[in-house]
Design a protein around this ligand. Structure first.
Ligand SMILES: [Zn+2]
Length: 173
């Protein structure tokens, strides 16, 4: 799968996800079967903060709770992982959350909206504009990925996918 890019409708937020992060999420969704799952997104902003670059995603922490229609992400192991990433060459940090909705549409649920609002206003995340990536459909055939930005004090915004040129080794004929 090629890397994905999004732009908010008002043009103020842009984001990009690496193939590696999307493939990792897809594998987690396959493993989850009919249960929801999720984790966090990490990466960094470009120097002028005009674009969020999602480089990696976590698996669901061991203390997460999930069902067919709900997911509460746990915290076990995330603090150490984030500390290691921050000390790394790319200085990656928390950018938001990802969810798998196997039995629902790729939209934010009311629970999702409430959780993202909490994250945006919770100082310990240091993330006033968290992203929520929602994977839905069947991970090995009709896998759909959508992205929302949830700025503190504003309603969440759905990001629009941008067209990405195909990799050079693919031809359309
Ligand atoms: Zn959700």
């Amino acid at each position: 799968m090629e890397s994905l890019e999004w732009l908010s409708e008002d043009g103020t937020f842009a984001a990009k996800a690496s193939d590696k992060a999307i493939e990792f999420i897809r594998h987690q969704c396959v493993a989850a079967g009919h249960q929801e799952t999720g984790g966090i997104l990490v990466g960094y902003y470009t120097p002028k903060r005009e674009c969020a670059i999602i480089t990696k995603a976590s698996e669901a922490p061991a203390d997460s709770r999930s069902g067919r229609l709900r997911f509460y992400r746990g915290v076990v192991g995330l603090r150490d992982w984030l500390a290691r990433l921050w000390r790394g060459e790319k200085r990656e940090y928390y950018l938001g959350e990802w969810h798998f909705h196997p039995a629902k549409s790729p939209d934010m649920s009311s629970l999702d909206t409430a959780q993202m609002k909490d994250i945006a206003q919770n100082g310990s995340y240091r993330c006033p504009e968290p992203l929520l990536l929602i994977a839905s459909g069947h991970p090995s055939s009709s896998f759909v990925v959508s992205l929302f930005v949830c700025p503190h004090g504003k309603p969440p915004m759905r990001m629009q996918p941008c067209s990405v040129p195909p990799p050079p080794n693919q031809h359309e004929d």
